[in-house]
Design a protein around this ligand. Structure first.
Ligand SMILES: Cc1cc2nc3c(=O)[nH]c(=O)nc-3n(C[C@H](O)[C@H](O)[C@H](O)COP(=O)(O)OP(=O)(O)OC[C@H]3O[C@@H](n4cnc5c(N)ncnc54)[C@H](O)[C@@H]3O)c2cc1C
Ligand code: SF4
Length: 432
């Protein structure tokens, strides 16, 4: 297996456009009147408009189009599944190949940063309302930005020490450098949104507030829940509680907060799953110098992971075995030694030596009852909503992964914005 260079963990997986290549790509755009690319974006960004600005050498106009619509424009430029959204809808697909909209968006946001443009500004007047957002992931950040633009005073309560949610504590920095996330968050701060870190709403610590406390005791007029899904699913097979059988989000979080997972260097790692989370776990382990194998219960064609992520994993020398599901783990001295897989045909079996196994087979909701009591939930423990984010509890709204069961960053942004509109409607009905 090829050696991994030192520092590869944080090195960017893909280079962006320089001025010349951005201009060349923008020049391929047909400037369609009906811009189907725009209809393909869940957050409603208008690529046709910002590509036109790039083409006419107006980087500020391009950055404005992106940032005013999507406060996480820099992040989305890195992690959106473009091939299934705007690029799939692009008119050039019928001629040769779609415009590389994602890379052009990345270029525009890089220009915004390079020239220190300050596009979103704190509004001069306020509407007299105060809203608390729980969690500082994409859904809350988008909701908070929308509310702040309307003159609402917003405080975000986050249990970790940094904002970003999965962007900061999950997705591998090779795909999404922290500086890109931080630049997006700066735009939210620029709107006057306040952050309280190390504050777990409904947490076990003495004096921890609940959503009800935020409304009744802290004087907020509404509460938004954007808490995401932080419990990892497992297969419920024998031996999964052995040492070094890890859960995806715990592993990724530890890798990101401690600057990697150096103890994996030269070790055999088995990753179980076929989604983006599995690819991030596999590439993160590989970039620590581990010998990594992905095992997936279906075929690559059925895998939910983005094709580019699968390709990136394979390019790094990671092996992928399809049609095998975990059956058991065996170990010595309480530590995992082998992962046993069962073939989809029901007959084949494989016993694989490993020092670590990582489960990346889906995320689940934590106990939402601790955060807000009595909120109606779906069968999977997610918060049930209607009308753009209203929960069954008066004054409490929700969006993002905790309501949709796990989707994408751009969906969380879209839903966070919709919830902000629902909150403003609720507030303007005279809740004060
Ligand atoms: C490893 C991984 C890779 C992914 N890759 C992609 C990708 O490439 N492209 C893509 O579009 N999507 C990807 N996703 C999905 C995407 O990241 C999520 O859909 C998105 O982050 C959801 O945003 P959210 O705000 O709902 O939740 P989160 O991002 O989970 O944020 C929730 C925040 O709430 C905080 N919190 C939770 N409970 C409390 C509490 N009680 N009190 C205070 N704070 C609390 C958490 O600490 C966290 O900061 C990936 C997900 C994972 C896990
Ligand atoms: S659909 Fe494609 S070609 Fe048409 S405006 Fe959008 S990016 Fe340009």
């Amino acid at each position: 297996m090829s050696k991994i260079k030192t520092g590869a963990y944080t090195a960017e997986a893909e280079r962006g456009f320089d001025h010349r290549t951005a201009m060349e790509e923008a020049a391929r755009c047909l400037l369609c009147h009906d811009a189907p690319c725009s209809a393909g974006c869940p957050a409603g960004t208008d690529p046709g408009k910002f590509i036109r600005s790039i083409r006419f050498r107006n980087p500020k106009g391009a950055a404005e189009t992106i940032r005013e619509n999507n406060v996480l424009g820099g992040t989305c430029a890195r992690v959106c599944p473009f091939d299934r959204l705007c690029e799939e809808a692009c008119s050039r697909c019928g001629i040769d190949r779609p415009i590389e909209i994602g890379k052009l968006q990345r270029y525009a946001v890089e220009q915004e940063k390079a020239f220190r443009m300050k596009i979103l500004k704190k509004p001069r007047s306020n509407n007299g309302f105060r809203v608390a957002c729980v969690g500082a992931g994409p859904a809350s950040l988008a909701c908070a930005a929308e509310l702040a633009k309307a003159g609402t005073k917003v405080t975000i309560y986050e249990r970790e020490q940094k904002a970003g949610g999965v962007l900061t504590y999950g997705i591998t920095p090779a795909r999404l450098p922290q500086k890109v996330v931080d630049w997006d968050i700066k735009s939210v701060e620029g709107l006057g949104v306040e952050f309280v870190f190390g504050a777990e709403i409904g947490g076990a610590k003495k004096g921890a507030l609940t959503a009800e406390d935020l409304l009744a005791k802290e004087g907020f007029h509404a509460v938004f829940l954007g808490v995401g899904l932080w419990k990892s699913g497992t297969a419920g097979v024998p031996g999964e509680d052995l040492k070094n059988v890890l859960r995806a989000v715990d592993f990724l979080k530890q890798a990101r907060t401690r600057g990697g997972f150096p103890q994996m260097q030269g070790k055999k790692v088995v990753v179980i799953g076929g989604g983006d989370v599995a690819m991030d776990c596999a590439t993160t382990a590989r970039l620590q110098g581990a010998d990594v194998q992905i095992w997936y219960r279906r075929t690559i064609g059925e895998a939910p992971a983005n094709m580019d992520e699968i390709r990136y994993a394979l390019d790094l020398g990671i092996g992928l075995t399809q049609n095998f599901a975990p059956k058991a783990f065996t170990g010595k001295g309480g530590k995992v030694e082998y992962a046993v897989f069962q073939g989809r045909d029901g007959k084949s079996e494989a016993k694989v030596a490993c020092d670590y196994a990582i489960f990346a087979i889906g995320q689940q909701a934590e106990d939402i009852g601790a955060v807000v009591s009595g909120a109606a939930t779906t069968g999977k423990g997610c918060v049930a909503i209607r009308g753009g984010g209203r929960t069954s509890v008066k004054g409490v709204f929700a969006a993002g992964d905790i309501t949709n069961g796990g989707s994408t960053v751009v969906e969380a942004v879209k839903e966070g914005k919709e919830a902000a509109q629902a909150i403003l409607r609720y507030l303007n009905k005279g809740v004060k």
